[in-house]
Design a protein around this ligand. Structure first.
Ligand code: 13P
Length: 251
């Protein structure tokens, strides 16, 4: 059985004061023991969050990291090894906002994925299609390519130490959620693509769904056989709502 995971991507939100409030709220949650919980604050707040969550079973990750594992001359970037030093265990790779707004391409993402793993960070590879691609019937082709480039370059075995998040771009921050069946179909295709190379890796890897997940729709989504939890944006900024989503994954 795969252990469910619920992760909160705080994106570019927060001040020292609002982060302190959120940490306080997270500290008061009754967390189910069967769910892995993680948060991805902005890098600026990672130290504050790690200090504030000390002793709680909540992992902390970064939303992005450099293409090279070790520190060096790379202005404006943060090395995976520096994230490990700070106490991070996870890093997002290829969130659609970075693909679309920051222009990150497959080649860069392959390097980021490998650099993260070289330091022992667990990469959370984000994949997903735009509305235009979905309407053109290209969802599985697009997601298959985003996943395929990592498999081709690094080998399927890397997914023994990684997580995949399917986040349809049209469902992110829009209030539109993929239906449980729409999400399940893509998750099943992702698992099948991995299984074609290595069935053990495919069965073990956690596939999270992201895109307008709330407490109100989480139970149904997490009830699908290939959905192993969620990557939560807006709703993770509210500790009570995030807690309810975590409990949904524990049921
Ligand atoms: P929302 O939950 O705000 O739609 O964001 C999803 C997301 O992008 C998480 O990475």
């Amino acid at each position: 059985m795969r252990r469910p995971m619920v992760a909160g991507n705080w994106k570019m939100h927060g001040t020292r004061a609002s982060v302190a409030e959120l940490i306080n709220g997270l500290g008061q949650l009754a967390l189910p023991s069967g769910v892995d919980v993680a948060v991805f604050p902005p890098c600026l707040h990672i130290n504050q969050v790690i200090d504030g969550l000390k002793g709680l079973p909540i992992q902390v990750g970064a939303q992005n990291a450099a293409v090279q594992a070790q520190q060096g001359a790379l202005t404006g970037e943060i090395a995976p090894s520096q994230l490990v030093d700070a106490g991070c265990t996870l890093v997002l790779v290829g969130h659609s906002e970075r693909r679309q707004i920051m222009g990150e391409q497959d080649g860069t993402l392959i390097r980021k994925f490998a650099a993260a793993q070289a330091c022992g960070l667990i990469p959370v590879l984000c994949v997903g299609e735009t509305l235009e691609q979905r309407e053109a019937g290209k969802t599985l082709e697009v997601v298959g390519r985003q996943l395929g480039c990592i498999i081709e370059d690094l080998g399927v075995g890397v997914f023994a130490q990684a997580v995949i998040a399917y986040e349809p771009v049209w469902a992110i921050g829009t209030g539109l959620t993929a239906s449980p069946q729409q999400a399940q179909d893509v998750h099943a295709a992702i698992r099948a693509q991995l299984a074609a190379e290595n069935s053990e890796v495919a069965q073990g890897v956690r596939l999270l769904y992201g895109g307008s997940v709330k407490a109100a729709n989480a139970v149904e989504l997490f009830g699908m056989p290939d959905i192993d939890g969620g990557l939560i944006g807006g709703a993770s900024l509210n500790a009570d709502e995030f807690g309810a989503i975590i409990r949904a994954a524990g049921n």
